[in-house]
Design a protein around this ligand. Structure first.
Ligand code: SAH
Length: 383
């Protein structure tokens, strides 16, 4: 099903107004104080925004008329515009959300029997250039604002008829869409505070997960800033291969990454870390790779491994591992006592799987031009 949705114009008509989605609870209280209002009013409005998914001050019936008029004057509640909304046959849902200058990002909803997970983007494109990721191949444009990050949850919640604390459709949020969330630290943390806040989406720490390619100093900073769950994109257990797949490994090699993970676990004894490992045929799916991974996981016995079958995209040189090899890899890990899950691929028919989120990125790094060139060269060779 493809449904084009009418795009509402900027509700403010003015750039000077403040978008309330940019504030966490404290920020909202400070803003209300600044405009000469009692801070508790901020909490009243916050509940309207995130529990009732209301974006029109006029409908906030317990807010006085004078304050409603004042708010309309100085601020607005502006979630990103939905450009396209696609549903896959398995119930997975993908929204293309318009940003500025022709850019767009993608947000994906994955329903399962006992939970509904929303996969949220943190940047337009990504600067890390992981060799097997389609977002990386798109290049990087800019960080998303807090409003653009929490706005993805707001848009999806509204679309799904999610009612916070009641008929929850979104039970989990994973920062696993486009971008490296730790590279947009302040905005991502503020948005995650809103996901966790009772007056926001009210999700428990284990239900909000940030995934990182391994920006070591920021992992430590995150553990100080907020209680959320951590996922680490490992993909290889030796430095040579990992640097090829995840180039930031050159700056923060595996030993440093693991030490940061050990510090995280020590500081947050009730949480665990999930290591993501995308299986690519003949690249990192051999028994010796599993052995290396097992050895490494011994250093973090409470953590788990999430195996992801590689999801292909146009122009990639990698292939998905054979299902027998995926099974053998998992069995090898399980037999060694490593808690290992296999992520089922969802949303295949709408390119909504991990690493397939491309959106529309006006690249500022020339990387997409390089990809196009490679594409063209391959096409030439094929002739
Ligand atoms: N930048 C963050 C957030 C991205 S999360 C990070 O690296 O963790 C998306 C997950 O999907 C990451 O583990 C990423 O490495 C993985 N991934 C990327 N491209 C993929 C692909 N084509 N197939 C399967 N997994 C992929």
């Amino acid at each position: 099903m493809n449904q084009v949705i009418a795009t509402p114009s900027d509700p403010t008509g003015s750039v000077a107004k403040v978008n309330l989605l940019d504030f966490d609870r404290q920020g909202l209280r400070d803003f209300f104080t600044q405009i000469g209002e009692k801070p508790y009013r901020a909490e009243q409005v916050m509940k309207w925004i995130y529990h009732d998914l209301e974006d029109d001050f006029e409908n906030m019936t317990d807010v006085g008329k004078a304050l409603r008029a004042k708010l309309t004057e100085v601020c607005y509640i502006g979630a990103p515009k939905t450009l396209l909304d696609k549903a896959a046959t398995d119930g997975t849902h993908k929204w293309l959300l318009g940003m500025d200058s022709g850019n767009a990002i993608e947000t994906v909803y994955i329903p399962e029997p006992t939970r509904g997970t929303l996969c949220v983007s943190s940047q337009i494109g990504c600067a890390l250039n992981c060799s097997f990721c389609s977002t990386g191949a798109q290049g990087f444009n800019r960080n998303l604002s807090t409003a653009e990050i929490i706005g993805q949850v707001w848009v999806a919640a509204k679309y799904l008829g999610n009612i916070t604390h009641q008929n929850r459709r979104i039970t989990n949020v994973v920062m696993m869409g486009m971008g490296e969330p730790l590279a947009n630290f302040e905005n991502v943390v503020r948005a995650m505070r809103l996901m966790r806040d009772d007056l926001g989406f009210g999700l428990a720490a284990k239900r909000v997960t940030l995934s990182t390619a391994g920006m070591v100093p920021l992992i430590d900073q995150l553990s100080d800033a907020i209680d959320v769950s951590l996922a680490v994109s490992l993909h290889a257990a030796n430095d040579e291969l990992r640097t090829e797949l995840v180039p930031i490994n050159k700056r923060y090699p595996i030993a440093e990454l693991l030490a940061a993970c050990q510090r995280w676990v020590a500081r947050k004894p009730r949480t665990s870390i999930t290591f993501e490992y995308t299986l690519m045929k003949g690249i990192n799916d051999r028994p010796e790779h599993a052995r290396q991974l097992i050895k490494l996981m011994r250093k973090l016995p409470t953590c788990k491994v999430n195996l992801i079958p590689f999801n292909p995209f146009p122009g990639t040189r990698y292939e998905r591992s054979d299902s027998n090899d995926i099974r053998d890899f998992q069995t090898q890990l399980l037999n060694a006592g490593v808690l290992t899950m296999l992520r089922r691929t969802r949303g295949d028919d709408i390119d909504a799987a991990c690493g397939q989120l491309a959106g529309q990125v006006t690249d500022r790094t020339r990387r997409s031009a390089d990809l196009r060139k490679r594409h063209d060269e391959e096409a030439l060779h094929a002739i």
